[in-house]
Design a protein around this ligand. Structure first.
Ligand code: F3S
Length: 284
């Protein structure tokens, strides 16, 4: 059985940067290091950070001293203000591509555009984006939702960094019918586009696709949707143990891709398990 890993898979620049920042902060054991929620959307990597003394808290009220590392997804600016007011050291691991989207939202708001965000409601990055518009932004997940918005003079559209370009095109098209002037910022990051293109190209050639990544990872969910859209049977796993031998029945080729927050060691464990299961079953 042929096992091929997608050309672009696993950790992106922003996630690597966030992990480097938190690792450097944790080296100084004279003070505690906290993250507000999970630093990245990968439970196995978060467990590894915990073993290095990094504590994950749900609220700023749980932090009384030490350093707070902001996640790659960014946070509401109020969190930063409150932390600084309480003399908590803030280490900003927000991905520069997310920051660029923040900047576009601030500009649109200042210039009088009604801000629309294409993104997953409740996702931390999207909440951070909406906060930049003073929480007045409309969040939509589809062209249908954009079509239902009120008619306004000027809409400004910004997109969660991990969305699909085709979804952006559809929402922009729908929004253009709901206003006199539309300004669109394509804030989908390059790492996302590369991972999506590689996943699609591989899925088109393989009998089976395995997408590896956190269940709470938005970009991993997009990769699964893209692989499925090619018609290739696709499974999403978080760990190697979840790969089921029955999935391999009749498959001559298996493609593996992984979300931007999936570490290389998990991808390697998944491919090792696939090789071992293929050996057991005598797959062609
Ligand atoms: Fe940044 Fe894109 Fe990764 S926004 S965190 S480089 S998926």
């Amino acid at each position: 059985m042929k096992i091929v890993v997608a050309q672009n898979a696993g950790f992106c620049f922003g996630v690597k940067r966030a992990l480097d920042l938190v690792a450097r902060a944790a080296e100084d054991t004279s003070r505690a290091v906290y993250t507000l929620g999970a630093l990245i959307h990968n439970p196995q990597e978060i467990t590894r950070l915990r073993q290095h003394g990094v504590r994950e808290v749900e609220s700023l009220d749980e932090v009384t001293d030490g350093a707070l590392v902001l996640s790659a997804h960014g946070v509401d600016p109020e969190v930063v203000e409150t932390a600084r007011a309480r003399s908590i050291e803030v280490i900003d691991a927000t991905c520069p591509f997310v920051k660029r989207a923040h900047g576009h939202i601030v500009t649109l708001s200042q210039e009088g555009y009604s801000v629309v965000i294409l993104g997953d409601k409740g996702h931390r990055e999207v909440e951070g984006l909406a906060a930049r518009a003073g929480r007045k932004a409309e969040i939509v997940t589809s062209a249908e939702e954009a079509t239902a918005l009120l008619f306004r003079r000027r809409y400004g559209l910004v997109v969660q960094t991990t969305q699909r370009p085709d979804a952006l095109r559809q929402v922009a098209g729908a929004l253009a019918q709901r206003c006199r002037e539309l300004r669109v910022f394509n804030t989908i990051c390059e790492a996302t586009v590369k991972r999506q293109d590689s996943a699609r190209a591989l899925a088109e050639q393989m009998d089976l696709m395995i997408v590896v990544g956190g269940r709470n990872s938005a970009n991993t969910a997009r990769l699964r949707e893209i692989c499925q859209s090619t018609g290739t049977v696709t499974y999403h796993v978080e760990t190697a143990e979840e790969v089921d031998v029955r999935w391999l029945s009749g498959a001559r080729s298996v493609g593996v891709t992984a979300g931007a927050s999936t570490p290389a060691w998990i991808i390697e464990e998944v491919t090792a398990r696939l090789r071992s299961l293929a050996g057991e079953t005598g797959s062609p």
